[in-house]
Design a protein around this ligand. Structure first.
Ligand code: RP5
Length: 163
């Protein structure tokens, strides 16, 4: 099995329906990843251990999804120098605005790259992680160029209904 380069973590298995979109694009681009549930407030020790060992385990970046108070990305970023990509999970009560503001409003000194709420954010976080790795991986860069071409072709072929 290949060494995981991207860690995908989320606060609950209920986040999977969103976070699977990050995992899906990593898989499509053949980026080795690991995915697991790590909760900031329910498994804080596990979160610290995950973040503290991430570099030595060979990860190059971490995608962290969380909903509500959503402190997982920020707390993980506090414990590792790896780039942390935060994905706000839509919440029942506030539809993910709470998650977005929690993740994006990191005070100066500990950065978290914050993506859009929900599936698009998860997917883009996966693409962004691939782009980070592609800086030093020409094969992966080529796959990203192909992805853009395919996407452009699909959009160019879009038609609208006649009124
Ligand atoms: C957060 O609480 C998780 O990231 C999830 O989005 C939210 C709800 O978790 P569950 O109650 O579904 O486990 O920690």
């Amino acid at each position: 099995m290949k060494q995981s380069l991207v860690g995908v973590i989320m606060g609950s298995d209920s986040d999977w329906e969103v976070m699977k979109h990050a995992v899906g694009i990593l898989k499509d681009l053949n980026v080795p990843y690991e995915a697991e549930v790590v909760s900031a407030h329910r498994t804080p020790d596990r979160m610290f251990e995950y973040a503290e060992t991430a570099v030595e385990r060979g990860l190059k970046c971490i995608i962290a999804g969380a909903g509500g108070a959503a402190h997982l990305p920020g707390m993980v970023a506090a414990k590792t120098i790896l780039p942390v990509l935060g994905v706000p999970i839509p919440s029942k009560q506030l539809l993910g605005m709470d998650s977005l503001l929690s993740i994006v409003q990191m005070p100066r000194g500990i950065p978290v790259a914050t993506f859009a709420i929900g599936e698009a954010g998860a997917f883009n976080a996966g693409l962004f992680a691939a782009a980070l790795l592609a800086v030093e991986d020409i094969r992966l860069a080529t796959l990203l160029v192909e992805f853009r071409k395919t996407q452009a072709t699909a959009v160019a072929a879009m038609t609208l209904p006649k009124l």
